[in-house]
Design a protein around this ligand. Structure first.
Ligand SMILES: *[C@@H]1O[C@H](CO)[C@@H](O)[C@H](O)[C@H]1NC(C)=O
Ligand SMILES: *[C@@H]1O[C@H](CO)[C@@H](O)[C@H](O)[C@H]1NC(C)=O
Ligand SMILES: *[C@@H]1O[C@H](CO)[C@@H](O)[C@H](O)[C@H]1NC(C)=O
Ligand SMILES: *[C@@H]1O[C@H](CO)[C@@H](O)[C@H](O)[C@H]1NC(C)=O
Ligand SMILES: *[C@@H]1O[C@H](CO)[C@@H](O)[C@H](O)[C@H]1NC(C)=O
Ligand SMILES: *[C@@H]1O[C@H](CO)[C@@H](O)[C@H](O)[C@H]1NC(C)=O
Length: 344
């Protein structure tokens, strides 16, 4: 009991001792609390400060007062205001940009067609970008490449940079386009890309051009340089001297295959906004280019090209084994290709 009492007294004493220093402790704790509080408060203030600053900047960029473009409601998904990473669109930053892709096949006049488009000060058609295999190795590389083009960050001799009003590329059907058609059509839908199909009606003439171009690639009659397109009548004359021999056994199957491929492509991208242009129609009547400018919604001007046509005149003079060829085609659905002609 005495033990208990003494321990009780001790406890009381301890408490008393504590009590005497309580004031000091309280002051210490209070000071600490104040210091912590001030510190936390200052950090909060800083964060709020930077946060609101970022918000303010963003708001400034987004709300840059571009006037409402003078467009019809259906056009809204097709206009874009890209912010290129590498330069500023300067005085044209409020001009809407349209995305397009020329879908074509080799030797269908697409190079010629593209030089017309690029003679326009507001059109940038960046060429056959997917002729480089690594760019079309899978859908991610394709997407990355297209994103760069449509963000106006692709640099080629054709890019008009800040005042581009229509930007695109030339894309051959055999450059990953048919292979990934589903995902590409989806990309076109999401990014409001319009398609210009550029095909050639006369597939026999196209075949001759393909063979001649293959020959030129290996023989190089123009001083040892390979030229798919020429700029002088003299060069065209030299190249046209070569007359290919067409394998008449495979001819019909080849024509049918090309026809099937174009039909498929038209089908794959039929729900994409598009225009169908035939090379022959542009050759015959340049007013077809007005339709294309109208389609791209760019100001109408007279477009020019310096390219010269390589093969002219009647087909019978352009093929080495004309008799075999005409025999093979006569009586097939392709017979009319023998007679269709045009002048330029
Ligand atoms: C076309 O380009 C010219 C010259 O760069 C520019 O002044 C004009 O505003 C552009 N037009 C459009 C519709 O972007
Ligand atoms: C796509 O191709 C690129 C380059 O060939 C490669 O680096 C990448 O890993 C590929 N991506 C996929 C998802 O296959
Ligand atoms: C080929 O070279 C000759 C002499 O160098 C030149 O006169 C001619 O114009 C060249 N032709 C072509 C098609 O480049
Ligand atoms: C045409 O092609 C077939 C199949 O490749 C071949 O057997 C035939 O020899 C070729 N004919 C000519 C004249 O080259
Ligand atoms: C393909 O052939 C069909 C009939 O044979 C024809 O109606 C169509 O115009 C051809 N297409 C092309 C692109 O030549
Ligand atoms: C060219 O086509 C337009 C319509 O697209 C037509 O009005 C014009 O008469 C044609 N010109 C020639 C020379 O055929």
């Amino acid at each position: 009991m005495a033990d208990d009492l003494s321990s009780f007294a001790k406890d009381v004493l301890l408490v008393k001792g504590l009590k005497s220093s309580t004031l000091v402790w309280r002051l210490v704790v209070l000071t600490l609390a104040i210091v912590c509080g001030v510190y936390i408060f200052s950090i909060c203030l800083k964060q709020i400060g930077t946060g609101s600053k970022i918000g303010f900047l963003e708001v400034k960029v987004i709300q840059k007062p571009c006037p409402e473009p003078n467009i019809e409601p259906w056009e809204i998904p097709y206009v874009h205001y890209p912010h290129p990473k590498t330069y500023s669109r300067a005085e044209c930053s409020c001009h809407p940009v349209r995305n397009f892709a020329i879908l074509s096949m080799q030797r269908s006049g697409s190079g010629w067609f593209e030089t017309f488009l690029n003679s326009h000060p507001n059109i940038s058609s960046n060429g056959e970008i997917f002729s480089v295999k690594s760019r079309r190795s899978n859908m991610s590389t394709i997407t990355e490449t297209l994103d760069t083009i449509y963000n106006l960050d692709w640099f080629s001799s054709a890019s008009k940079n800040e005042c581009t009003a229509a930007v695109g590329l030339k894309w051959m059907l055999n450059q990953g386009l048919m292979q990934h058609h589903g995902q590409i059509a989806e990309y076109f839908r999401i990014h409001g890309v319009s398609v210009i199909f550029l095909f050639r009606r006369n597939l026999l003439r196209r075949m001759i051009s393909v063979l001649a171009n293959e020959y030129d690639r290996s023989a190089r009659p123009l001083n040892g340089t390979h030229k798919s397109h020429v700029h002088s009548p003299k060069e065209a004359e030299i190249l046209a001297k070569y007359k290919p021999t067409i394998n008449s056994t495979l001819l019909i199957a080849n024509l049918k295959q090309v026809n099937d491929t174009t039909t498929k492509a038209l089908n794959y991208f039929k729900s994409t906004r598009h225009i169908l242009v035939y090379y022959e129609d542009v050759v015959k009547n340049r007013t077809k280019l007005k339709d294309v400018q109208e389609f791209l919604r760019v100001p109408q001007i007279g477009l020019k090209s310096r390219q010269v046509k390589i093969h002219k005149g009647s087909l019978s003079n352009q093929v080495e084994n004309w008799d075999d060829v005409s025999k093979a085609i006569t009586g097939t659905p392709y017979e009319s290709l023998l007679y269709e002609d045009y002048t330029r």
